[in-house]
Ligand binder design. Structure first.
Ligand SMILES: O=c1[nH]c(=O)c2[nH]c(=O)[nH]c2[nH]1
Length: 307
C-alpha cells in the first residue's frame, strides 16, 4: 500500500522557564511553560531519515532560555511572537512556527507588621504565592465523646527568589551538588494542623478565622525566614503557627523542594546573572516534619500530608 506523509510538526514541548527581573531588591517573576511546534519542508526526515532540514528540538529549547535572557519576558504574547518569528525567518525549511505558552501567575506575600516596619514595605519584595492553587481540607473524627479536628491545605505554591542558601552539607563520593549561596526556594505546601479543642461544642474555635490566620502566619514565616535549608524554613513555618494560634497544638508539613536550576547560557555567549532558571518538576527533594507545642502528643498521621 503506498503511503504519504500527512500533517506533521515537531519541537520541544513544555519548556519551563522562570525569569527573575531585579529592580533593586524588588524582584519580578515571569513563569512560563513554552511549547514549540515547527513545520515545513520535513518530508525527507520522515521518508529517508535525512536530518538536513531539522533544527533539533534541543535547539528550540535552548532558544527559549536564551531569549528569556536576551530579550526578557514582557508578556507571554510578546515572547511567543519573538520566538515564532525567529524560527520562521532564520531557518529556510521552517514555514510555520506555533508557540503555545501557559503562564503561571504569582502575587506577592504580604508581610507581617513587625517585618513591614523593618523593611519599610507591606510586601516582601522577593516572596510570592502562586495564584489560585490551594485546596483547603479538613478531617473530623467523633467517637461520641471526643472530637478531633485536623485541618489544612494542599497545593499552595510559594517561592522566594532570594534569601535562600544551601551549603555545609555532608559530601561523600556520590555528592556532586554545588553549594548555593543565593538560590530560589520554592515549594508546594501540603500542611495539616490539629486543633487542641476536643469536647465542648460551645467552645469550638472560629474555624474560618483560624484558617485565614494560620495561612497568613505560615506564608509570612516562609517569606521572612532567611533560609539555610528548606528544613529550617519548615520549622519556622510550624513554630510561627503554634506561637501565634493558641487553638493549634500540632502542625505537619510535606514540602517538595521545587528545584530551579540556573540555565547555562555561556554556550550562547550570554551571562546568566541569577535570572533564567529551568523549573524542574521531578525528581524533587521531599522534606517532611511535624512541629508540636511542647508537651503535647503527636497525633497527625505521618502520611496524612501526602493525601
Ligand atoms: O533545603 C534543602 N535541604 C536538603 O536537604 C537538600 N538536599 C539537596 O540536595 N538540596 C537541599 N535543599
Amino acid at each position: 500500500m503506498p503511503t504519504i506523509l500527512g500533517q506533521n510538526q515537531y519541537g520541544k514541548a513544555e519548556n519551563r522557564v522562570v525569569k527573575i527581573t531585579r529592580d533593586g531588591d524588588t524582584h519580578h517573576i515571569k513563569d512560563l511553560n513554552v511549547s514549540v511546534a515547527l513545520s515545513g519542508d520535513m518530508e525527507d526526515v520522515h521518508y529517508s531519515g535525512s536530518n538536513a532540514n531539522v533544527l533539533p528540538t534541543d535547539t528550540t529549547k535552548n532558544t527559549v532560555y536564551a531569549f528569556a535572557k536576551e530579550y526578557g519576558i514582557e508578556s507571554a504574547e510578546q515572547f511567543g511572537i519573538h520566538l515564532a518569528r525567529h524560527f520562521v525567518t532564520s531557518q529556510e525549511p521552517i514555514k510555520v512556527a506555533r508557540i503555545r505558552i501557559e503562564e503561571y501567575s504569582w502575587e506577592r506575600i504580604e508581610t507581617s507588621e513587625a517585618n513591614s516596619k523593618f523593611i519599610g514595605s507591606d510586601d516582601v519584595k522577593h516572596s510570592f504565592v502562586r495564584k489560585g492553587q490551594e485546596t483547603r481540607v479538613t478531617q473530623i473524627t467523633y467517637d461520641g465523646e471526643k472530637w478531633e479536628v485536623i485541618s489544612g491545605l494542599k497545593d499552595l505554591v510559594v517561592m522566594n527568589s532570594t534569601n535562600s542558601e544551601f551549603w555545609g552539607y555532608v559530601k561523600d563520593k556520590y555528592t556532586t551538588l554545588q553549594e548555593a549561596y543565593d538560590r530560589i526556594l520554592a515549594t508546594q505546601v501540603s500542611a495539616r494542623w490539629r486543633f487542641s479543642w476536643t469536647d465542648d461544642e460551645q467552645k469550638a474555635p472560629n474555624w474560618e478565622k483560624s484558617y485565614e490566620q494560620v495561612r497568613k502566619h505560615m506564608l509570612q514565616a516562609f517569606a521572612e525566614t532567611y533560609s539555610l535549608s528548606l528544613q529550617q524554613t519548615l520549622y519556622q513555618m510550624g513554630s510561627r503557627i503554634i506561637n501565634n494560634r493558641s487553638e493549634i497544638d500540632e502542625v505537619r508539613f510535606s514540602l517538595p523542594n521545587k528545584h530551579h536550576f540556573l540555565v547555562d547560557l555561556e554556550p550562547f555567549g550570554l551571562k546568566n546573572d541569577n535570572e533564567v532558571y529551568f523549573a524542574a518538576d521531578r525528581p524533587y527533594g521531599l522534606i517532611e516534619a511535624t512541629v508540636l507545642r511542647d508537651g503535647v502528643e503527636p497525633q497527625i498521621p505521618v502520611d496524612m500530608t501526602n493525601l
